[in-house]
Write a protein that binds this ligand. Structure first.
Ligand SMILES: NCc1[nH]cc(CCC(=O)O)c1CC(=O)O
Ligand SMILES: [Mg+2]
Length: 365
């Protein structure tokens, strides 16, 4: 192709490359190029204009901050595969919750590191009323009463097998597990949890938990259901954090196949019928289409879990100097909101809230 010379206007000094002058050119110089009727670039000309027509917003109030808690005092341990992410002993956890709340993050989700000697096949420790999670919930509710406390309902951190259910002959028992999950949820409600979040993917657990909560008078304790939770390799760093990797096999007989969407809609429908208040898709980034479909399918708030492996990928690339961490983080989170998520669980919660504060409501991206 021969290059047609196009005369351009003389270069003007420009203060900010992201702002274009009102008159950036003359009429097309060549008869070969006809002037377009529509010029979408008009709406991208200045920052104020871009902000005005921006379709999606991310705010700290959208975020849930997942936190790892462990026994001890005055201790925090960085998770090696999640730089910048720590397991906290209870006292230090309170400082982290306060710091997050002060940044405008209204909700936290708790996950426990359980010492191996407290683990067994039935996850008995999961419903100990004086266990690590009930103690953490009480302490947080005392120190920062306004923060919404969400507790994870699943056996894996408590399971000697590293599975989300009771194991028998290499199988994960469903109904027997649900009976334990119900006890776990009740212990958490008793401790003061605002929401319980079953992440186990046993069938029928949302209905069983709702029924038990209501029977015990916890009518205002909500259920954030991990409805479409996929069997994903993106959970690796989380399992490092809690030392909860399966001791045998994988989780494919209860978590979903990565290739399925219709099944996600079915899972969501069931959880809604069973009494879920919020439905969740997990992981988020590789499943934006699923978030989008579910958002169109229900009027309930939809949550997305920006999981540990998604966090680790961004951190690792940023540490290499290959990407700009803050901008990629915000771009990633906004993609989840754009797909239809109302709420995002993310290990970036504090960093994102800080970045939004720094950049100001003015920018967002
Ligand atoms: N009930 C288990 C649970 N709850 C949350 C996560 C993963 C979260 C993350 O990767 O950030 C997992 C891991 C798993 O299913 O093995
Ligand atoms: Mg289900």
């Amino acid at each position: 192709m021969s290059s047609t010379p196009i005369s351009s206007p003389p270069l003007q000094p420009m203060a900010d490359a992201t702002e274009a002058p009102l008159e950036s050119g003359s009429a097309p110089a060549s008869a070969l190029i006809s002037a377009p009727v529509h010029r979408p670039r008009r709406l991208r000309r200045t920052d104020a204009l871009r902000r005005m027509v921006r379709e999606t917003m991310l705010t700290a109030a959208d975020l849930i901050y997942p936190l790892f808690v462990m026994e001890g005092e005055g201790q925090q341990e960085e998770v090696p595969s999640m730089p910048g992410c720590f397991r906290y002993s209870l006292d230090l956890l309170l400082d982290e919750v306060k710091a997050a709340y002060d940044l405008g993050i209204g909700a936290i989700a708790l996950f426990p590191l359980i010492p191996y000697h407290q683990k067994d096949n039935a996850g008995t420790e999961s419903y100990n009323p004086d266990g690590l999670i009930p103690r953490a919930v009480r302490a947080i509710k005392q120190a920062v009463p306004q923060v919404l406390v969400i507790t994870d309902v699943a056996l894996d951190p408590y399971s000697s097998e590293g599975h989300d259910g009771i194991v028998q002959d290499g199988q994960i028992l469903n109904d027997e597990t649900v009976a334990v999950l119900v006890k776990q949820a009740l212990a958490q409600a008793e401790a003061g949890a605002d929401f319980v979040a079953p992440s186990d993917m046993m069938d029928g657990r949302v209905g069983a938990i709702r029924k038990a909560l209501d029977a015990e008078g916890w009518i205002n304790v909500g259920i954030l259901a991990y409805s479409a939770k996929y069997a994903s390799a993106y959970y690796g760093p989380f399992r490092d954090a809690l030392d909860s990797a399966p001791k045998f096999g994988d989780k494919k007989t209860y978590q979903m196949d990565a290739a399925n969407t219709e099944e996600a809609l079915k899972e969501v429908e069931l959880d809604i019928a069973e009494g879920a208040d919020i439905v969740m898709v997990k992981p988020a980034l590789a499943y934006l289409d699923v978030i989008c479909r579910i958002k169109q399918h229900t009027n309930l708030p939809v949550a997305a879990y920006n999981v540990s492996g998604e966090y680790a990928m961004v951190k690792a690339a940023a540490q290499q100097g290959w990407i700009d961490e803050q901008t990629v983080m915000l771009e990633t989170l906004i993609s989840m909101k754009r797909a239809g998520a109302d709420v995002i669980l993310t290990y970036f919660a504090k960093a994102a809230a800080l970045a939004l504060r720094e950049r100001g409501a003015r920018k967002n991206l």
